[in-house]
Design a protein around this ligand. Structure first.
Ligand code: ADP
Length: 398
């Protein structure tokens, strides 16, 4: 069976068609500027030079999905002969709240529950829902499955997920820490024990998902005991455009002094902070290049990024009760060998050491020395594959 994996954003839609017989990617694509003048479409077929690329206005996700299906079955540059080959669609959905601790088949009832969670993450949940509705409209006979960014973190105990605020905010408003990037953390939590030759039920991990958005998770025996993102993805380590942890009183002080309202303030913390706010760019490569040229602000941003990661890793070593391994993944974690090594340098007093010979980008490997007290791993993440696997498992039972 082939599964169409959809990741719908507010004005974009990423997709992959995965053949579950061998888990190979048959086609992948990106539609950008949906609902904006000049929608751009691009699909590639891995292992071939087949490309479909064009610019044509698309007002909504339904049009984008229709274009995806046309491209998939395109005679010359498509990937499959007929839409009958697609067995189901798997959707990345931001928020499962406390309702979903696992992936779920889309029914009228689950759709209502997903819609009820819009207030917890309106910017992502709405387009995610639009992506599901578009598939229902364009392919009414195919089942849809929702895979939530939050659900893997639902095993966190109250001591990790409760904020120190009046309890009724939790009971009445569901204010708590949820965590995100759950699909990536779950994928890595499955792969790391294989690389370590350990039983996943007896394995303690600290997973560092370091991309544009970044989060850490503390994993004991396959279950999350803590993670760095909170009610929203703003909490935690320093990111490309997000501040990570700040004293909440900073908000009032800045607002009083600049005249910003709370929406502008949060927009600044989400989109104009982190690397982007502290230095010249949200992109790690640019920040490093600037620091190498002697840019002090860029160096400060790198130092804050590194130090905060080290502090979180130290804290999560406590959370798991002594980690077996620290794992790096996502854009920075998979590719930036120097920065990963720098983070680990700060843990040398604990006996953790990266082996420069093994510290190679892009491949799944143990990168620590043989005598390192905690193993250090690099594992490329694959959220799409996990979404496809969940989808297959759920629709196989229908
Ligand atoms: P997203 O959260 O958007 O999925 P990614 O996981 O693609 O982000 O990660 C993007 C980040 O990875 C950027 O900061 C980028 O600079 C960084 N990155 C990618 N390749 C490299 C590299 N070779 N060296 C350093 N950083 C890299």
């Amino acid at each position: 069976m082939k599964i169409l994996v959809i990741n719908a954003g507010s004005s974009s839609l990423k997709y992959q068609l995965i053949d579950m017989d061998d888990e190979s990617v048959k086609a992948k694509g990106l539609v950008e500027r949906i609902g904006i003048e000049g929608t751009h479409f691009k699909q590639t077929v891995p292992g071939t030079d087949k490309v479909i690329e064009f610019t044509r206005n698309m007002a909504a996700h339904t049009e984008a999905i229709a274009a995806v299906l046309d491209a998939l079955i395109d005679k010359d540059n498509g990937a499959i002969a007929s839409l009958d080959e697609i067995g189901a669609c798997g959707h990345r959905v931001l928020h499962g709240g406390e309702t979903f601790s696992a992936s779920a088949l889309i029914t009228d009832e689950t759709m209502k529950e997903i819609e009820a969670l819009i207030p917890l993450g309106p910017l992502h949940q709405r387009p995610n829902i639009a992506g599901i509705r578009a598939c229902q409209e364009v392919m009414p006979t195919k089942p849809n499955v929702a895979v939530f960014d939050t659900s893997f973190h639902q095993t966190m105990p109250p001591k990790a997920f409760l904020y120190g605020v009046p309890y009724e905010y939790y009971t009445d408003l569901k204010v708590r820490r949820y965590g995100f990037h759950g699909t990536s953390h779950r994928f890595i939590a499955g792969e790391a024990p294989k690389l370590l030759g350990m039983d996943p039920k007896h394995c303690k991990l600290i997973i560092c998902h370091l991309g544009n958005g970044s989060s850490l998770s503390a994993i004991v025996d396959g279950k999350v005991v803590d993670t760095s993102m909170g009610l929203t993805p703003l909490e935690g380590v320093l990111m490309g455009t997000r501040s990570g942890d700040v004293d909440p009183a900073v908000l009032e002080y800045i607002m009083d002094n600049t005249g910003m309202d709370i929406h502008q303030m949060l927009n600044t913390l989400n989109k104009k902070s982190g690397f982007a706010g502290m230095s010249c760019s949200s992109d790690m490569r640019d920040v490093k290049a600037a620091a190498e040229q002697g840019d002090k602000q860029a160096q400060n941003a790198l130092d804050v990024w590194c130090y905060r990661l080290q502090k979180y890793i130290g804290a999560y070593n406590v959370a798991v009760g002594g980690a077996d391994a620290i794992v790096f993944t996502a854009g920075i974690g998979e590719n930036d060998t120097d920065s990963c090594a720098k983070v680990i340098e700060g843990l040398a007093f604990m006996g953790v050491k990266v082996d420069p010979q093994k510290n190679k980008r892009g491949v799944a490997a143990v990168i620590s020395t043989d005598d390192s007290t905690i193993k250090v791993l690099r594992i490329p993440t694959n959220e799409e594959l996990l979404i496809a696997r969940d989808t297959l498992e759920i629709v196989s039972k229908l």
